[in-house]
Design a protein around this ligand. Sequence first.
Ligand SMILES: Nc1ncnc2c1ncn2[C@@H]1O[C@H](COP(=O)(O)OP(=O)(O)OP(=O)(O)O)[C@@H](O)[C@H]1O
Ligand SMILES: [Mg+2]
Length: 363
Amino acid sequence: NPWGLLSSVSLLLLLIFFVDATITVWRRGDRRRALLIGGSMILGAILAWHVPLVIWGIIDIPFFLSFAYSGIVVAMGYELSSDITRAAQLARKLKASQAALRKSEQDMEVAALEAARQRQELTHLARVTSLGELSSSLAHELTHPLTAILSNAQAAQRFLANDDVDLNELREILNDIVAEDQRAGEVIHRLRSLLKKGEPQKHCDDVDVNEVARDVLKLMRNDLINQNVTVDTDLAQNLPAIRADRVQLQQVVLNLLLNACDAMSASDSSERQLLITSKLENGAVRMSVTDRGGGIPEEKLEQVFERFFTTKKEGMGLGLSICRSIINEHEGKIWATKNADCGATFHFSLPINHVRNEAVITE
Ligand SMILES: Nc1ncnc2c1ncn2[C@@H]1O[C@H](COP(=O)(O)OP(=O)(O)OP(=O)(O)O)[C@@H](O)[C@H]1O
Ligand SMILES: [Mg+2]
């Protein structure tokens, strides 16, 4: 009978499926489920052999049929309800862990804000400390115009004491007084902006890096003279402006120049030469500060940017790590190289995000 054969084959396939499922589940470590599937398989097999026993007249009625089915149904019902209970427990756990995740995300945001605030404080503190190193320059920058104003004013008083007042001379004296006053005002303005606390990325401006270098050189002028350091500049003309925090860039250049001067402090005074260059390179403005100091060994070229790395007695080891975080905040790069003859060169490059006046720039 072909139908009988078909039913036997399907029975055999079902048996194979059950055996395979039992072995897989057992291997996965779910013993209870494996026993349930295996048990159902045994019951199924008994059922299959049960029918011929009735046909052959060995037993009267297929009483086992109802017991077996009831057993399978009860076992499956039990499994289903325990699955539903487990699913509910898992859903509760998932909800709780989602809430915990949300809370830890909020905590992380608060921690990130706090870290940014502390970084800002540290940057400001380091800036104020570096300005402390420029005290001689700053004192000179302020006393010089004040002295000039005083002597001009005294000269004017002397002129006015005479009956015959030369108005042209007096006008010149007053012009000098105004110019010197403006000079002192500019120094105070530059100082004020460096001493002021700023929030990161809040003071973005169109900045000309050449102007930044010139401003810092003005602040350092007297210290450079006192230390016999000569400065050469090779600044590219028509550099595009970059969107940046001017004060933070001044801090970077100031740190690099202070380090370069420190590195050359032991050199012969004829060797104390600094070179500042700027150029446009691959869509970025690049500034380099070259000194003729002791230089940096190849293996330390990266290490110098680590926080608290210093070889100086009085150093904090913060200058370069702050430079790197400022440049990183501006999506730029900062790195150091060894010069072929002597000394080190520090470079930073900043991408041009925004071009002022849309000037056509040639590299
Ligand atoms: N131009 C340079 N030539 C040689 N070594 C340098 C130069 N610039 C930096 N270094 C080395 O890198 C170290 C780290 O410099 P960084 O400016 O971070 O800290 P610092 O100058 O030691 O202290 P401060 O926090 O006061 O700046 C310096 O101590 C020095 O050893
Ligand atoms: Mg330093």
